[in-house]
Design a protein. Structure first.
Length: 120
């Protein structure tokens, strides 16, 4: 049986800075949080999304798949960036549904640093 992991992702951009909030959850219980700080000079929109994909896929075993719920409306027209991943299902949602991941992204922007924590 294939196991599925579910992620929520928020991306905030502020001038030259990018904050990313990632949560992995199972049955409404948070298992992992990541608050990532990146710089625009090193990460285009595409490279930012590739960074997110790398973070998610690094947590998957060979037989696992992931659903990524992301709040970046840019991705609606950029399916070519991710449709070749057979183990990923990317869904774009409005930012208002991502309060906690938006907070993680904002914290990364304020700290200008990355923090990750596995809770389960």
């Amino acid at each position: 049986m294939v196991e599925e992991k579910t992620y929520r992702v928020a991306i905030l951009r502020d001038g030259d800075d990018i904050g990313i909030g990632i949560e992995r959850y199972n049955c409404k219980e948070i298992e992992f949080i990541g608050s990532y700080y990146l710089q625009v000079s090193e990460y285009s929109r595409r490279k930012t999304f590739e960074f997110i994909i790398d973070q998610v896929t690094s947590q998957l075993n060979e037989d696992e798949i992931a659903t990524i719920r992301v709040s970046d409306p840019t991705l609606r027209t950029k399916r070519s960036w991710y449709r070749h991943f057979t183990n990923l299902n990317v869904l774009v949602y409005p930012a208002r549904r991502f309060r906690d991941t938006n907070s993680l992204a904002a914290d990364a922007l304020n700290r200008k640093d990355t923090i990750i924590e596995t809770l389960k």
